[in-house]
Design a binder for this molecule. Structure first.
Ligand code: FES
Length: 143
């Protein structure tokens, strides 16, 4: 009877967050995922690092940005996957878009090539650092 409603809300949110954090790292932190696909929470296989995505999530000739993990995965050619840091080497913004063969930073217009993250345009002083991924079956794992 004396429980203030605000306190219950806080507890509820915390529990939900903890649950999400335990079952699947990051994937469903729902702030504003642009094209959120359903997350495969039901199969927690963790043999080779954390599962980042399914191969089919990454468009050929494009890529996808994983904001929570700060990684961008590209597929320059069919079945050729690359991963890079999603943190712009200029001033640390998170890149926001993969289009027309480049990974684009929204802050000052830097663009990086999807094949090797080399700088195509903008003030970025160097390429995005590569990240290690493992492709296994249909899935891409962050090593
Ligand atoms: Fe990315 Fe400046 S922080 S272009």
């Amino acid at each position: 009877m004396m429980t203030p409603p605000a306190r219950r809300t806080v507890l509820g949110t915390g529990a939900a967050f903890l649950l999400a954090g335990c079952s699947k790292y990051g994937d469903s932190n729902s702030s504003s995922a642009p094209t959120a696909t359903t997350s495969p929470i039901s199969s927690p296989k963790s043999s080779a690092g954390r599962e980042l995505a399914e191969k089919s999530d990454i468009p050929v000739g494009g890529g996808k940005i994983f904001k929570d993990q700060k990684v961008v995965v590209t597929q320059p050619k069919k079945d050729e996957f690359k991963a890079f840091s999603a943190i712009c080497t200029h001033q640390g913004c998170t890149v926001s878009k993969v289009a027309d063969g480049t990974i684009d930073c929204p802050c000052h217009g830097s663009k990086y090539r999807i094949t090797d993250a080399s700088v195509v345009a903008g003030p970025a002083p160097r390429p995005l650092p590569a990240k290690k991924i493992t492709v296994k079956g249909k899935s891409i794992f962050l090593a």
